[in-house]
Design a protein around this ligand. Structure first.
Ligand code: AMP
Length: 462
């Protein structure tokens, strides 16, 4: 299948060829004609599948056939969960629109930056507005725009939008849209919340559950390396040096850890930056730009900051701290191995987190061999104290904190059970837990051993 068979106009075909897209991805093959026909679409599309072009190209084509009404009107509204994704989607749209004979005005708005320039830019309306929900509502409250002429609505990464708690914002936004419109919903996963949203928003949608073709499936080599938590930074440094990685995205659990780990790496001579939700927008944009440009070798990020980021040719993702849920695992490792490239996703596992990791593996039908790196073999034996939630969500894998221990002691002294949270206490008392769990497994695997992990045997993401 070629792009020209999809019904796209010549200026858009020129743009995709300028970006060296040789053939449409599966989601593009099915979504582009469906969107051009004007109906509603509900598509399951993974990050890295080429979904932005799948909706941006037909939207550009449809809008370029009609006149903009003028005034403060917006014609196509694209709602995205994060600022980074908003910037990225806007950038993609501008690149695809480049050869259109009459330019389409595309604006990107998100919070964390001054609202005034956005209000000014919205004077005269926009053909396409890419927005995060909160800032869009602020702008609406300021009367900076009107949604009454929106003919196309896109919800990008709808599952993430709901995860971030944007339900109420949606309801307010949707109430301001005309009933007659085309609505497109893209989501990597379809939990019940997204299904209800789809039912409420879409009319008679074409449903696209695009199977990922083997040759376009992300090629991600997933590895699980056992290491004691205090030795993770040293191991990371070792892996970076040993593999000569030039660009590594490292995920940690907290904002503090992003700064702390980045600082430790910098002290060891590795250019590193932290990325988390409490940085100013300017600092976040700068950190990402430096990382993309190669000026920063390691980006240490929290989940929130890293959502939706598209970094071309990112070879390695490291779960320094494990993600809380199996869904977050998918999102994290999906940052590498994008659009047909290969990538490596490494998870550091300790005695305190191996049960949590095993649960995520079960949910993804994975069974990764546990590796140990010479010189970094774990010696800690403390048993995990936290339980894995059966639905795979919101799992914690930490050892008992001082506070937990004090609470337990107090509860014991009072003759009652300690805590009430999922994290404390374990139903398996530490004394009866196996001393090492999977850590007693032999043998150290060599760091890079092609025979040990042949490409054909790489576990694939589902
Ligand atoms: P997305 O899933 O929209 O975030 O896209 C992921 C990456 O794939 C982006 O870097 C796009 O530029 C790239 N991409 C999109 N469509 C194609 C295609 N047909 N061929 C090659 N790369 C593509």
């Amino acid at each position: 299948m070629s792009f020209s068979a999809l019904g796209l106009s010549e200026p858009l075909l020129r743009a995709v060829s300028a970006w060296h897209y040789e053939a449409p991805t599966p989601i593009q093959t099915s979504a582009i004609p469906a969107i051009l026909r004007g109906g509603d679409v509900w598509a399951s599309a993974q990050t890295g599948s080429g979904k932005t072009a799948a909706f941006a190209l037909p939207i550009l084509q449809r809008l370029s056939l009609e006149q903009r009404p003028g005034g403060r009107f917006v014609r196509a509204l694209i709602l995205v969960p994060t600022r980074e994704l908003a910037a990225q989607v806007g950038e993609s749209i501008r690149k695809y629109a480049r050869y259109l004979p009459s330019p389409l005005k595309t604006l990107v708005v998100y919070g964390g930056v001054s609202i005034n320039p956005q209000m000014m830019a919205l004077g005269g309306g926009a053909d396409i507005l890419v927005a995060t929900p909160g800032r869009l509502l602020d702008l609406l409250d300021h009367n900076a725009l009107s949604l009454s002429a929106v003919s196309i609505l896109v919800l990008d990464e709808a599952d993430r939008l709901l995860d971030l708690g944007f339900n109420d914002e949606f309801a307010r936004i949707v109430a301001l849209l005309p009933a007659r419109r085309q609505s497109l919903l893209f989501s990597a996963t379809f939990p019940p919340g997204v299904q209800s949203l789809a039912t409420a928003l879409l009319r008679d949608p074409v449903r696209l559950d695009v199977p990922t073709e083997p040759d376009t499936k992300p090629e991600i080599l997933q590895r699980a390396i056992e290491v004691d938590p205090p030795r993770r930074t040293q191991l990371l440094l070792h892996l970076i040096a040993e593999n000569a990685w030039l660009s590594v995205l490292v995920f940690v659990a907290t904002k503090y850890s992003t700064e702390h780990v980045a600082e430790k790496l910098r002290r060891s001579g590795i250019e590193s930056a932290a990325l988390h939700g409490e940085l100013s927008q300017g600092a976040r944009t700068q950190a990402l730009a430096d990382f993309k440009a190669g000026a920063v070798r390691v980006l240490v990020a929290t989940d929130l900051a890293a959502r939706g980021i598209d970094i071309v040719r990112l070879p390695v993702v490291v779960n320094y701290d494990l993600p809380r849920s199996a869904v977050d695992y998918t999102h994290r490792i999906g940052r590498t191995g994008r659009a047909g490239e290969t990538g490596v996703a490494i998870s550091f596992i300790s005695s305190g987190t191996h049960a949590h990791f095993a649960q995520m593996e079960r949910l993804h039908a994975l069974d990764l061999p546990r590796e140990q790196i010479e010189g970094f073999e774990p010696v800690e034996t403390e048993a995990p104290v936290s339980l894995v939630a059966p639905d795979g969500g919101g799992i914690k894998g930490h050892r008992k904190s001082k506070k937990d221990k004090l609470r337990e002691a107090a509860a014991l002294a009072a003759g009652g059970a300690a805590g009430g949270s999922a994290a404390t206490p374990s139903s398996t008392p530490p004394s009866s837990a196996p001393p090492h769990g999977r850590f007693s497994n032999p043998p150290s695997q060599p760091l890079i051993d092609k025979t040990y992990s042949p490409r054909s045997a790489w576990p694939r993401l589902r």
